[in-house]
Ligand binder design. Sequence first.
Ligand SMILES: [Zn+2]
Length: 80
Amino acid sequence: MLAFFGMGPTELVIIAGIGLLMVVVVVSVVMAANKSSVAGPPHDSSQLTTCSACGRSISRAAAACPQCGHPNPPQPPIRG
Ligand SMILES: [Zn+2]
């Protein structure tokens, strides 16, 4: 069992470590890219979202846009 593909447990641990490290690096880069791409208005936008129909800033809790009545689907909570 230890001679799986001719590799011993030490090689498997090293490969697993490299794989895990790459996953961490990729996730970090993706998260950093997502953060830098978010360009919201300077005021507090944590409770606001943009109406997909008319572009008005509306409350995330609003069931529909107060301006045009476009339905506002429930927004997932922001993870900080
Ligand atoms: Zn609207």
